[in-house]
Design a protein around this ligand. Structure first.
Ligand code: PBG
Ligand code: ZN
Length: 324
């Protein structure tokens, strides 16, 4: 059949018809909201490079988490900045770190809110790389051991999900073993499986002062030109025991989300990163685009591509819109 019998516009004719045939729905249930915690008390400091985002001390992050939970958002993803940075990133696996303290405080008042934590050394090392350095190179295997210690510290503090974002080889297996050996078999791993060496992380690195002092992350994060390699990374993470896979960034990598979702049977998370968020914010602020409309279009597109979980700085705004 073809035109004139075929007229797809029939199903687009009215609001109700469009509602009936709609394929993809963004739900508040899909959202995970990143939060940044810092040392101190009574701190709620706007992050200059990321509109609407703040650094919270552990006492203050609880208030924010309550607001997030009240909006119906099921999960937060915690990032921390330490009191001091050193070559080994030792504050990353300190049980008194702002992240561990924030987990404990949040879980005390909001036991049902899912608390996920970013597991990586780059915010904790003085050189800003995601692992420890040996002979001028990021040293894979010792880094995995430190990441496992970090994940265990978070699990002990009460994290439901640990999310390694470092892109070391084998880290999911090492973390899984560390958790299991210490009776944290129920702590889930969300692997940043396909994490690309992206320029879209710019605003985030300003927020965490985590840009590498020297060099770049291309020896561990993936080349944006590659797609097959993402499937290999996901395959390995599945084999090593990941519970959730992730693609990051999201928008320039929707083909990776789609391919991964077709191939693997795990929940797929898409990380709509800081640069993607700020592009829309900046354009909306300049009056060039409709902010809420482009936000919902973007989130809907990520779900259409195959994402089950949307990690986004828009989570609160989106939840407010979806609640109406
Ligand atoms: C740490 C980490 C980064 C992001 C999440 N975890 C930065 C990086 O790899 O440089 C980026 C998040 C964002 O841009 O929103 N490894
Ligand atoms: Zn890192």
């Amino acid at each position: 059949m073809a035109f004139p019998a075929d007229r797809p516009r029939r199903l687009r004719a009215t609001q109700t018809m469009r509602r009936l045939v709609r394929q993809t729905q963004v739900s508040i249930d899909d959202l995970m909201y990143p939060l940044f915690t810092c040392p101190g008390t009574k701190v709620k400091k706007p992050i200059g490079s990321m509109t609407g985002c703040f650094h919270f001390s552990p006492d203050m992050i609880v208030e924010e988490a309550k607001e997030v939970a009240a909006l119906g958002i099921p999960a937060v993803l915690l990032f921390g900045i330490p009191e001091k940075k050193d070559s080994q990133g030792s504050q990353a696996y300190n049980s008194d770190s702002p992240v561990c303290e924030s987990i404990r405080q949040i879980k005390k008042v909001l036991p049902d809110l899912i608390v996920a934590t970013d597991v990586c050394l780059c915010a904790y090392t003085d050189h800003g790389h995601c692992g420890v350095i040996k002979n001028g190179k990021v040293d894979n295997d010792p880094t995995c051991e430190l990441l496992a210690k970090m994940a265990l510290a978070h699990a002990k503090a009460g994290a439901d999900i640990v999310a390694p974002s470092d892109m070391m080889d084998g880290r999911v297996a090492v973390i899984r073993k560390m958790l299991d050996d210490n009776k944290f078999a129920d702590t889930a791993i969300m692997a940043y499986s396909a994490k690309y060496a992206s320029a879209y992380y710019g605003p985030f690195r300003d927020a965490l002062c985590s840009a590498p002092a020297e060099g770049n992350r291309k020896s561990y994060q993936m080349n944006p030109a590659n797609s097959d390699e993402a499937m290999r990374e996901m395959q390995l993470d599945v084999a090593e025991g990941a519970d959730i896979l992730m693609v990051k960034p999201a928008l320039a990598y929707m083909d990776i989300i789609y391919r991964g979702k077709q191939r693997f049977d795990l929940p797929m998370a898409a990380y709509n990163v800081s640069g993607e968020y700020m592009m829309l914010k900046a354009a909306a602020e300049a009056g060039l685009i409709d902010g809420p409309a482009t936000m919902m279009e973007t989130l809907t597109s990520l779900k259409r591509a195959g994402a089950d979980i949307l990690i986004t700085y828009f989570a609160k705004e989106a939840a407010k819109l979806l609640k109406k």
